[in-house]
Design a protein around this ligand. Structure first.
Ligand SMILES: [Zn+2]
Length: 318
């Protein structure tokens, strides 16, 4: 082992973990998770976002190696690994001083608000992108923190947890949650993201209103998997409570600028929407009476009772 590699091997074996209630396995599990993302080329730059994919991977390893005395809270290691010297946080615009001061940030949502991504030392990132050195550093983690269970780790590495979540949701047509479920920020975040991705794919990544479809190479998308009945109130992630809408039309739908009738025709609320004619774009009002784009399978079409709720909520007559 080169001395540079040895340096990180030592860091990995001497992670500063909380021992007050037994070993807190958060940091080693987070490192295993980012290693898997690099290995599977889900992450190609030295930037680790608190993405649904990363969180799902973390929860997968936690399911096997987590401790009953601790919460599976990815926000903890994502923040506290800074204390180990090779892990750094990049702030969202406006939060630079909060991150620089290392003020403790609790909870996934708060952390996502403040932190754009984490990055590691460039030298360490290079080691993790090369098979041989990645293997050596992974072995250090497994032997020190996971009782030499290499086979178990390899078994877990062999499938993509986020894809599995999407697939499971897909097979069941989506899910609904209890108030109790909502306390688990991580799980709900992952499942919501899976819901959104599934809904979008049911509509072929197009806006149901204007048919816009634009994708980017890093999985970004101009359309959102939107809820008809608001999630915060109804906790309903079944696919027939979803509709794929571009950012503009998602925003407009959530404010009742338009609704949809029982024949899936667009109703633009002309009382609310005032538009100047433009030679460049179609006005929203021009879509009035047109049928929205629908999923290929009738079972995923928007639920009529949800659309009825939306019309009534916004006082739009069909
Ligand atoms: Zn649109």
């Amino acid at each position: 082992m080169s001395s540079a590699l040895l340096y990180y091997a030592k860091k990995f074996s001497k992670l500063r973990v909380d021992l007050s209630r037994g070993v807190a396995p958060h940091k080693p599990i987070l490192l295993l998770s980012i290693i898997e993302q690099i290995e599977q080329e889900k992450v190609q730059r030295n930037q680790f976002y608190l993405s649904p994919e990363l969180i799902a991977t973390f929860l997968k390893y936690w399911g096997q190696f987590g401790s009953a005395n601790h919460n599976a809270d990815i926000a903890l290691p994502f923040f506290h690994l800074q204390g180990d010297g090779f892990w750094h946080l990049r702030a969202n615009p406006g939060f630079e001083s909060t991150v620089a001061s290392k003020t403790k940030i609790r909870g996934l949502n708060a952390l996502r608000n403040v932190v754009k991504y984490a990055y590691i030392d460039d030298a360490l990132f290079s080691f993790l992108t090369v098979n041989k050195t990645r293997r050596e550093l992974t072995d250090v983690l497994i032997n020190r923190w996971f009782n030499h269970q290499t086979e178990k780790v390899e078994e877990l590495q062999s499938y993509d947890e986020f894809e599995q979540t999407q697939l499971k949701l897909f097979e069941s047509g989506g899910a609904t949650y209890t108030v109790e479920d909502l306390k688990d920020q991580e799980l709900i975040f992952v499942r919501n993201a899976a819901f959104r991705r599934n809904v979008i794919s049911l509509y072929n990544q197009q806006c149901a209103f204007c048919h816009l479809r634009i994708l980017s190479d890093n999985n970004h998308n101009i359309v959102d998997g939107s809820h008809i009945l608001p999630f915060a109130e109804f906790r309903d992630d079944r696919f027939d409570n979803g509709i794929s809408l571009c950012k503009n039309h998602h925003w407009a739908f959530d404010r009742g600028w338009f609704s949809i009738d029982d024949d899936y025709r667009i109703i633009v609320d002309k009382e609310r929407v005032h538009e100047e004619p433009s030679e460049y774009t179609r006005q929203m009002q021009d879509f009035h009476g047109e049928q929205i784009l629908l999923p290929a399978k009738a079972e995923y079409e928007p639920r009529l009772s949800a659309l009825e709720w939306h019309r009534e909520h916004w006082g739009i007559a069909s």
